[in-house]
Design a binder for this molecule. Sequence first.
Ligand code: MF3
Ligand code: CO
Length: 260
Amino acid sequence: MIYLKTEEDLEKMRAAATLVSRTLGEVAKWVTPGVTTRQLDNVAREFILDNGGRPACLGYGGFPGTLCIEINETIVHGFPSGRTLVEGDIIGVDTVVELDGFNGDMCYTFPVGEIAPEVRALCETTKESLAIGIEAAHEGRRIGDISNAIQTFCEGRGYTVVREMCGHGIGKKMHEDPEVPNYGRRGTGPILRRGMTIAIEPMINLGSRNIVIEPDGWQCRTRDRKPSAHYEHTIAIHPEGPEVLTTFEYVREALGDRFI
Ligand code: MF3
Ligand code: CO
């Protein structure tokens, strides 16, 4: 069941999306060698609570953190831990904030200090593919048009697309219909309608597309342990075109010339 949002709902979605965007801006200030991912998680949780939000990942199906932490080969749903960031790592930080009954979902992959050129290129392409997916999200087109745009772009540059994990509808619940895969055929899948709100989140690998889910049932990594990148925005479909509800501007402000 796809829930279409009213203008009143969208106002709340915008507020939740702004708070999750500001949260990643706070996290960005702490991403540096020597910091543990648990410290990042504490910064995010306190910031969300101080601003009247609810850290929606925490306790979701038993998930143990406010942030999903995705270091190097981790694709999604990594746990915050005592792991210290090391120069050359990339760290995807994915989180969801609920505010006033609606959710905003966002992910940014940060470089830690200097990173290898091929890893930077992976991040740049993944972030660009998110923008390309968003551009395809016009009323009257289909989910498969978004999926195909992302897949074609990333595979065209020699990367692989994770298939087991998808974007999704979002609203009062973090995960709503429809699924938004990062691969697929144009002209297939649900039609995009005004009032739909979806999270688009390409997960793109440097090596093969194969994944492993750890025995904890959550933490997901590449089978070949090569790096994977992940960026995500929450968007709304309007007759005039897509509205990106989340923003990387707070991350950009915090990172300055380290912004990818
Ligand atoms: N963007 C992630 C997703 O849609 C957020 C997951 S939060 C978690 O899967 F609690 F499920 F980990
Ligand atoms: Co998501």
